[in-house]
Design a protein around this ligand. Structure first.
Ligand SMILES: *[C@@H]1O[C@H](CO)[C@@H](O)[C@H](O)[C@H]1NC(C)=O
Ligand SMILES: *[C@@H]1O[C@H](CO)[C@@H](O)[C@H](O)[C@H]1NC(C)=O
Ligand SMILES: *[C@@H]1O[C@H](CO)[C@@H](O)[C@H](O)[C@H]1NC(C)=O
Ligand SMILES: *[C@@H]1O[C@H](CO)[C@@H](O)[C@H](O)[C@H]1NC(C)=O
Ligand SMILES: *[C@@H]1O[C@H](CO)[C@@H](O)[C@H](O)[C@H]1NC(C)=O
Length: 341
């Protein structure tokens, strides 16, 4: 502007047409700033105005995360554009040399492209005129909502975890817990990575009671890098030992699985999936059958006394049964043959 004033000193006092002419002759490189979401195409605007001097070259240099030392990477002359230190087809000259428009397009933007791009016009006779164009890159977070595997108990523990990983700028995480109210409380930590992205982890803490089991919660993630906020929904699972095991008599099979390290009267029974079948009716099979349901949080037992006295008795009264297990996540059900009585 000062430059313009000096140049115009003599013209300003004369007729208005001169003032207009003078403004037109103010030499300036117009740039801008750009913010882009990773993966998109950024336009680096650059135009030289206010001169009738001869343009000999437009060149571009950059200082970015990926190129931490000043890198002259692109030139445009009247013959067209040229890469300097190796080709990168993501850059495309979309300006016009004759219009003194040096605009570049950069597609498939990555975090490594973030930095400052400088557009340089070389004029004859006045020399170099340049402007710096900052490019900011936003990275959307990778989001997840995961069970924190709380076991039934009396102490406050994390119940469920919401993660917004690798976001730039950092994501915000909040919870919608509906009627759970004071029974749960959120706690959030975040860590900044060397590449400028941030991972935010938020836990929902609470005392893992049965009341909290199967209750639905939502985690809401917002970030300028996301087009719209993201809402993840999941249920709290309170893990517990099996609550109940029943063996009920039913037809000719017991739905159970068996421990294989005990010797079974192999000829007398058949294990088929989770079913135990008595194949013959002999006193050899008499005994106390124990069924154990277990998972990593504990186990529960049930017993069935089998006593074959006669075929008649068997067909009327006994024989086999089914184990019913009411429990979250039973991983294992097994039966052992106990002491004969
Ligand atoms: C941009 O990425 C797309 C999809 O990965 C790819 O097909 C395309 O070739 C890339 N363009 C450039 C100029 O590298
Ligand atoms: C320069 O070229 C770009 C790309 O064609 C265009 O969008 C922009 O409007 C031009 N700038 C000016 C000031 O004419
Ligand atoms: C969050 O970070 C603080 C400080 O690093 C740490 O003391 C705390 O244990 C973290 N919270 C969780 C739930 O990991
Ligand atoms: C940034 O760094 C983190 C941690 O090293 C990594 O998980 C993430 O993928 C990186 N993000 C980008 C966009 O390079
Ligand atoms: C086990 O048996 C009890 C008592 O008969 C009954 O109340 C319960 O519903 C049974 N549970 C299952 C899972 O069958």
């Amino acid at each position: 502007y000062r430059h313009l004033k000096k140049k115009c000193k003599n013209s300003v006092i004369s007729i208005p047409v001169n003032v207009i002419l003078c403004i037109f002759t103010a030499l300036e490189v117009i740039g801008g700033r750009t913010t882009m979401v990773q993966g998109g195409a950024a336009v680096l605007h650059c135009k030289l105005i206010g001169t009738t001097e001869t343009l000999t070259q437009i060149s571009w240099r950059r200082l970015t995360r990926g190129k931490p030392r000043t890198d002259n990477f692109y030139t445009i002359s009247s013959d067209g554009p040229n890469y300097i230190n190796g080709r990168d087809d993501r850059f495309r000259f979309i300006g016009s040399f004759t219009d003194k428009n040096g605009t570049l397009q950069l597609s498939n933007v990555t975090l490594m492209d973030e930095g400052t791009y400088t557009c340089v016009f070389t004029l004859f006779p006045s020399g170099i005129h340049e402007t710096a164009i900052p490019l900011k890159v936003h990275v959307p977070p990778v989001t997840s909502l995961k069970d924190a595997h709380p076991a039934l108990g009396n102490d406050e523990v994390p119940l469920i975890t919401c993660t917004a990983a690798g976001s730039k700028p950092p994501a915000e995480v909040r919870w919608l817990t509906g009627t759970l109210g004071e029974k749960v409380r959120p706690s959030t930590n975040s860590s900044l990575h060397a590449n400028g992205t941030t991972t935010t982890v938020s836990w929902l803490f609470g005392v893992p009671t049965r009341e909290l089991n199967d209750r639905s919660v939502q985690c809401v993630i917002t970030s300028p890098a996301l087009e719209r906020e993201e809402t993840l929904t999941s249920t709290i699972h309170i893990h517990s030992p099996p609550l109940e095991v029943n063996i009920t008599e039913r037809s000719l099979s017991i739905v159970l699985t068996f421990r294989s390290d005990r010797s079974w009267p192999q000829s007398g029974v058949r294990v088929d999936g989770s079913t135990l079948q008595f194949l013959s009716i002999t006193s050899e099979l008499n005994g106390l059958y124990q069924c154990e349901a277990s998972n990593s949080y504990g186990s529960k037992h049930a017993y069935l006394r089998v006593h074959f006295t006669s075929v008649i008795h068997y067909s009327h009264h006994l024989s086999t049964g089914r184990s019913r297990v009411r429990s979250p996540a039973v991983q294992h059900v097994r039966c052992v043959l106990g002491q004969d009585t």
